[in-house]
Design a protein around this ligand. Structure first.
Ligand code: NDP
Length: 309
C-alpha cells in the first residue's frame, strides 16, 4: 500500500517541499506519496486525527499551524517543546510525535555561512513567528551572548523571549520595538542579521534600510530567494545566505524521521532547484499578508501536483 505524507498548512499551493520529498522517495524506491493539504485553522484538528490511521507515515506542518498543532500531539521532542513550534509529525502506532527540524536545518545553514570564521556571539533577529523561534533557539544553543529580537507586534517577540527565559539564562536575549533608529543602534553592535519575517517573500521590499548594512555583517534570510535585503547586503559587501540550506536540511531531517533512512541530499537539492525554476517559491507556501483564517476555496488535498511540480 502506498504510504502517505502530508504537508498541512494554509495556503500550501506554492510549497517547495512536495518536489523535494517526492524525488527522495522515488530515489530510494520508497512507495510513498507527498500530498498538500490546505487546511484553515478550523479544519486542523480533524486533519490531525486522520493522520492516526495506518496509511500515513507522518506529516509536515507549516504556516499558520506550527504553534496551533502543539496541543494536538501525544508527545513532543525537546526541541519542539522548548520552541513551542512543530514542523514535523511522526507516528508511534496511532500516536503522533511532534518534532522541530527547523532547528537542525538552521544550524546547518548557520555553520555553512560562518564557514571557517569564529562563530559570532551577537545577532539581530527580525520576526517572532514559528521560523524565528527555531532561529532563536538555535542561537541559544550555539552559546550566543546577545540576541535582540525585533517584531512588528512587539508583544509576540516579548512572549517568545519569555518562553526562552530558562534556556537563555546564560545570555542577553531581549525583545525590542520595531523602530528604525533602535534597529540601527542594535545592528551596529551585532555581527549577524537574520530576517525571519515574510517581508520580501512576495514583494521586492526589505525590512530595513540598505544604508545601515555593513561589510562585516553576515546577513541571512529565511526566504529561499535573493531578496531585496540580501541584494542590499551584498552591495554593502556583507556575506549573505538565503533560506535554501535551512529548507533542504529541515526536509532531510524530516525524511529520515519518517523513513529511518539517510536522506538523498543531492537529489532533494536538485528537485528543489528545479521546482523553484518552475515558479514555486516558498519554503512554507504562504504569500505574505494572506488571511490565514479564511477557509480554503477548495481542498487542495491529493496534490499529486505537489510532487509533480
Ligand atoms: P509566521 O507567520 O509564523 O511569522 C511571520 C513573521 O513575519 C512574523 O514575525 C510577522 O510579524 C512578520 N511579518 C509578516 N508580514 C509583515 C509585515 N508586513 N511587516 C512586518 N512584519 C511582518 O511565519 P514563519 O515564521 O513560519 O515564516 C517566516 C518566513 O520564514 C517566511 O517567509 C517563511 O517562508 C520563512 N521560513 C523559511 C524556512 C526555511 O526552511 N528556509 C523555515 C521557516 C520559515 P507579526 O508577528 O508582527 O505579524
Amino acid at each position: 500500500m502506498t504510504k502517505r505524507v502530508v504537508l498541512i498548512g494554509h495556503p500550501v499551493a506554492h510549497s517547495l517541499s512536495g518536489a523535494m520529498h517526492q524525488a527522495a522517495f522515488e530515489k530510494l524506491g520508497i512507495d510513498a506519496r507527498y500530498e498538500l493539504w490546505d487546511k484553515a485553522p478550523g479544519g486542523l484538528a480533524e486533519a490531525i486525527t486522520e493522520l492516526r490511521t495506518e496509511d500515513f507515515l507522518g506529516a509536515n506542518i507549516t504556516i499558520p499551524h506550527k504553534e496551533r498543532v502543539v496541543p494536538l500531539v501525544d508527545r513532543q521532542t525537546d526541541e519542539a517543546h522548548i520552541t513551542g513550534a512543530i514542523n514535523t509529525l511522526t507516528k508511534e502506532g496511532r500516536k503522533l510525535v511532534g518534532h522541530n527540524t527547523d532547528v537542525a536545518g538552521f544550524k546547518f545553514a548557520l555553520d555553512k555561512a560562518v564557514g571557517k570564521q569564529k562563530m559570532p556571539r551577537t545577532a539581530i533577529v527580525l520576526g517572532a513567528g514559528g521560523g524565528a523561534r527555531a532561529i532563536v533557539y538555535g542561537l541559544i544553543r550555539e552559546q550566543f551572548q546577545r540576541v535582540i529580537v525585533f517584531n512588528r507586534h512587539l508583544h509576540r517577540a516579548e512572549a517568545m523571549v519569555k518562553n526562552f527565559s530558562k534556556s537563555a539564562a546564560h545570555m542577553d536575549l531581549r525583545a525590542m520595538p520595531w523602530h528604525e533608529s533602535i534597529i540601527e543602534a542594535e545592528l551596529a553592535k551585532a555581527k549577524i542579521l537574520i530576517n525571519a519575517t515574510s517581508i520580501g517573500l512576495t514583494s521586492d521590499e526589505s525590512p530595513i534600510p540598505a544604508e545601515i548594512l555593513r561589510q562585516d555583517l553576515l546577513v541571512m534570510d529565511l526566504i529561499y530567494a535573493q531578496t531585496r535585503l540580501l541584494r542590499d547586503a551584498a552591495s554593502a559587501g556583507a556575506t549573505t545566505a538565503d533560506g535554501e540550506l535551512m529548507l533542504l536540511h529541515q526536509g532531510a531531517a524530516a525524511f529520515t524521521l519518517w523513513t529511518g533512512q539517510p536522506a538523498p541530499i543531492d537529489v532533494m537539492h536538485e528537485a528543489l532547484a528545479a521546482a523553484r525554476e518552475h515558479g514555486l517559491r516558498s519554503a512554507e507556501g504562504e504569500p505574505a499578508g494572506v488571511d490565514v483564517d479564511a477557509e480554503p476555496v477548495a481542498d487542495a488535498g491529493a496534490a499529486d501536483a505537489a510532487a509533480g511540480a
